[in-house]
Design a protein around this ligand. Structure first.
Ligand code: ADP
Length: 477
């Protein structure tokens, strides 16, 4: 079944690609010329691709030069398509290392709207004599990998046509076994200055004494580049152990650091351990710590809050994200608490503080699914496999929210909800919001769960947006 579906998807992708290509070649494809924010576009493309990269153990890094104008006019959809295609290929043909997306002004052009994008990987490479041919239709240099990961052999041909329509060109450089870099240029309109708005100013960071702690040289380099562009003073260390002595020495010398950017995942001691040591050292009380994570694991985010850190940033880190996070973390942005605004900035409808959730479902798949939906929400999730266990846990500690399946063995959700409501009444505790989940759209399911004492009811398959909306509504966060 899966194979059929996969074959179907591949065929569909092929058909789409052929349609796309024939449209371009027949001169029927007209590019749009609309206002768009390049920064948003890059962030979105990076976000989509970074989970795929992370799943493969690769890091996706984005870097943009400070002189790139962000408010552009052009065809964002087609630009997105090219970027996703190139990044997708880079991930597909790279087993270890990283994929770096760069955006800069085209060094060969004086026009501010002519940009050069590059996607560099550390993958298997392309033989020199094939570097031109890969832009032709149906050219695949690595047939066995293509069989494994799929592909139509048309992506680059389409990208080449689109780039030409954008007034640019595309090419690749490669060293076998070391990696490949794809470049393309494109010409965009630059929106008039009047439309620009810059809520945060990099001026605030001038002279800011910053320590970057990351085991990956590429990450350190990019953070250093961004920070020095804003005239911050940057020192780097590559191991968690080196961080604390550095901070303490500077403190003793009367030249304390003000900010630490801490990679979460490092060998030996990880970022949280370092953060914990910093927080336990009273002489470093004034220091702001930002955690850099590779994924939005709810647990990591929760730990960031628990440790009272300035916030977290999810890689790939973009220039505006970093500026935003630092500005907020340093308390320079008015009106928002650091934690709340940071969470909101990076993860949609998130909450200040951590939500304690009791998740009750006998199906492992459902528990995993809901946990994955809540990955970006700062919460701590306790699990129970049936109603009886859930009631026990409910009595043992306070939760902000219960999410419970209604049909389970041992004790079902209705009975469990009734027991929880009864217990709340006995103890005089305010009612905890309870969200019911049922599989079948039975006519009386909603009425039955309400009768048992649930506040809301969702029918499976649960959609992420619905779940988050309901949680938001019932936790007032
Ligand atoms: P496909 O759908 O097969 O990926 P493309 O037109 O996007 O089609 O790419 C054509 C071929 O170019 C690929 O099959 C692969 O052999 C080669 N290629 C593209 N990108 C890379 C890369 N980053 N590293 C190595 N080979 C690549």
């Amino acid at each position: 079944m899966r194979i059929f579906r996969r074959a179907g998807n591949t065929l569909l992708a092929l058909l789409n690609d052929i349609l796309d290509l024939s449209k371009v070649e027949a001169g029927h494809l007209e590019l749009e010329a609309i206002d768009f924010d390049l920064n948003d576009l890059v962030a979105k493309a990076a976000e989509i691709m970074s989970s795929r990269a992370n799943a493969q153990g690769l890091e996706l890094i984005c870097h943009s030069s400070p002189d790139v104008p962000w408010h552009l006019m052009g065809d964002p959809k087609r630009l997105h398509q090219i970027l996703v295609n190139l990044i997708g290929n880079a991930i597909k043909f790279t087993e270890r290392g990283e994929v770096v997306l760069r955006v800069e002004r085209d060094p060969d052009s004086k026009e501010p709207g002519v940009l050069r994008f590059s996607v560099a990987d550390t993958g298997i490479g392309i033989p020199t004599d094939k570097l031109e041919r890969i832009f032709e239709r149906f050219t695949q240099v690595h047939p066995s990998l293509t069989r494994k990961y799929g592909g139509t052999g048309l992506g680059l041909a389409i990208s080449k046509q689109l780039v030409a329509l954008m007034g640019g060109r595309i090419w690749a450089e490669s060293t076998m076994g070391k990696g490949t870099t794809f470049y393309f240029t494109a010409r965009f309109g630059v929106q008039s200055e009047a439309k620009w708005h810059r809520p945060l100013s990099p001026e605030d960071l001038r002279g800011l004494k910053t320590l970057v702690v990351d085991d990956k040289a590429a990450n350190r380099l990019i953070l250093r580049e961004m920070l020095t562009d804003w005239d911050a003073m940057v020192t780097e260390v590559e191991r968690g152990q080196e961080a604390l002595p550095k901070l303490e020495q500077a403190q003793e010398a009367g030249k304390p650091y003000q900010l630490v950017l801490l990679d979460c995942l490092m060998p030996d001691i990880d970022g949280f351990e370092v953060a914990g040591r910093i927080k336990r050292n009273p002489s470093l009380a004034g220091l702001t710590v930002l955690m850099l994570t590779s994924d939005r694991w709810a647990d990591d985010i929760a730990r960031t809050y628990e440790l009272g850190l300035g916030g977290y940033l999810v890689k790939p880190i973009t220039r505006p994200d970093l500026l935003h996070a630092i500005t907020i973390a340093l308390g320079r942005s008015k009106g928002l608490t650091p934690a709340a605004s940071l969470a909101a900035a990076r993860s949609g409808p998130a909450a200040p503080g951590i939500l304690k959730i009791l998740l009750v479902d006998d199906s492992t798949d459902n528990r995993v699914l809901i946990q994955s939906y809540l990955k970006a929400t700062p919460c701590r999730i306790d699990l129970a496999e049936n109603g009886a266990i859930s009631v026990e846990k409910f009595k043992a500690q306070r939760y902000d929210l219960v999410i419970t399946d209604m049909y389970m063995p041992v004790m079902d959700g209705h009975a469990a909800t009734r027991a929880m409501r009864q217990w709340e009444k006995e103890k005089g505790i305010p009612a905890t919001p309870i969200i019911a989940l049922t599989a079948l759209p039975q006519p009386d399911a909603v009425a039955k769960s309400r009768e048992a004492g649930c506040n809301a009811h969702l029918t499976k398959p649960i959609k992420k947006a619905d779940l988050l909306k309901t949680i938001e509504a019932y936790t007032q966060r």
